[in-house]
Design a protein around this ligand. Structure first.
Ligand code: SF4
Length: 358
């Protein structure tokens, strides 16, 4: 990790705890109404974030039930169609060519392999198939290939999602025409903390890609990563940015940092500023702020206890990634996930049946 990243981590550790801030007048209990709105003030988000835990979870579950069947979980499967060799410097990512994290630079998968993987995912109960490529942004030849993949997966009757890096408006349009349903592009963290994690693209680049995706009529999948040394205030700011985009993302993945040796963020001490209760609190605030969006437990689930996941579902999480790999990091195996869902009396959400169809 470079010096500037370390400095800001130390500075963030000294930030005032969010429940000690003067939050003015917002009374958090009046904020959990369940009507989607994009005009949240930062103080309102902070007030929610600082609410007593059990009250917050109770309110989040009430909001959740206004928009979703609380027994249903939307299941997505993620396939890395192009692994490693990425030019970007995201400090958590083993696929960056800049870090020696043991991930090889592999070629783009063949169309047939993608179709086979999608068919297996469908047979396992996944309704959405996400394809990820480790690129800064796709080049024209690469676009032709991913367009063919999107068409083929869509023809299998699955929802399709892609994450291929930054997109120009025409590229987003091409993907829409190919049948892509969702485009994933995460904000990762707060604008304030962002430069400590990534320097090769700006926060504004990310917002611009999200704009292109929305303009093309694609649904947005956008969330962040927590546990990267950011403060509570950064987390509240990330949630505020997500909840005040022109439209709420249809899917909001909340990732917990998976520390991979060789990446800059493998060196930070996450125990001091992050615990499972904090993770569940973030889920609950996301649920209240974006009541009709799918809130997804994504990376980091492998390290979570069943109890933490159950509490996260109670707080309003209603989507998971299924399958043993999340791009290059481990994920719980599908058998474990099935058993957990059985123990909790939960079932996969059928394709496109949520009340908001997000
Ligand atoms: S997160 Fe994506 S853009 Fe960043 S280094 Fe990894 S593959 Fe590249």
């Amino acid at each position: 990790m470079d010096g500037s990243r370390q400095n800001t981590q130390a500075q963030n550790a000294q930030d005032t705890p969010i429940n000690k801030l003067d939050l003015g007048s917002p009374d958090w209990a009046t904020l959990a109404q369940g009507t989607p709105r994009t005009d949240w003030s930062l103080d309102e988000v902070r007030a929610l974030y600082a609410a007593p835990f059990t009250d917050l979870i109770y309110s989040a579950q009430q909001v959740h039930r206004l928009h979703f069947d609380p027994k249903q979980i939307q299941i997505s499967t993620l396939l890395s169609i192009k692994t490693g060799g990425c030019s970007e410097d995201c400090g958590y990512c083993p696929q960056s060519v800049r870090y020696d994290a043991g991930v090889e630079n592999e070629p783009l998968l063949e169309l047939d392999d993608v179709i086979k993987n999608a068919q297996v995912a469908k047979n396992e109960g996944a309704t959405r198939f996400c394809m990820g490529a480790a690129w800064r942004s796709p080049k024209p030849k690469q676009m032709d290939k991913v367009v063919a993949m999107v068409k083929a997966v869509s023809d299998l009757g699955m929802e399709t999602c892609g994450t291929f890096g930054m997109l120009e408006a025409e590229q987003a349009q091409q993907l829409k025409e190919a049948g892509l349903d969702y485009y994933n592009h995460n904000l990762d963290t707060s604008e304030n903390y962002y430069a400590q994690v990534i320097t090769t693209r700006t926060y504004q680049h990310r917002l611009d890609t999200l704009q292109s995706v929305r303009d093309a009529g694609l649904k947005v999948c956008c969330g962040g990563i927590v546990g990267m040394g950011e403060s509570e205030i950064d987390r509240a700011e990330l949630l505020h940015t997500l909840a005040t985009l022109p439209e709420h993302p249809g899917s909001v993945p909340i990732n917990q940092l998976v520390q991979v040796e060789g990446t800059p963020l493998s060196a930070i001490d996450t125990t001091e500023n992050f615990d499972p209760i904090e993770f569940v609190r973030i889920i609950a605030v996301a649920r209240i702020l974006m009541p009709a969006s799918h809130v997804r437990l994504s990376a980091g689930r492998e390290a979570m206890s069943d109890e933490t996941q159950a509490l996260a579902f109670l707080a309003g999480a209603n989507s998971i990634f299924y399958g043993e790999k999340l791009l290059t990091t481990d994920n719980p195996d599908t058998q474990e996930d099935r058993q957990l869902m059985q123990r909790l009396g939960m079932e996969p959400e059928p394709y496109c049946t949520s009340k908001q169809n997000t």
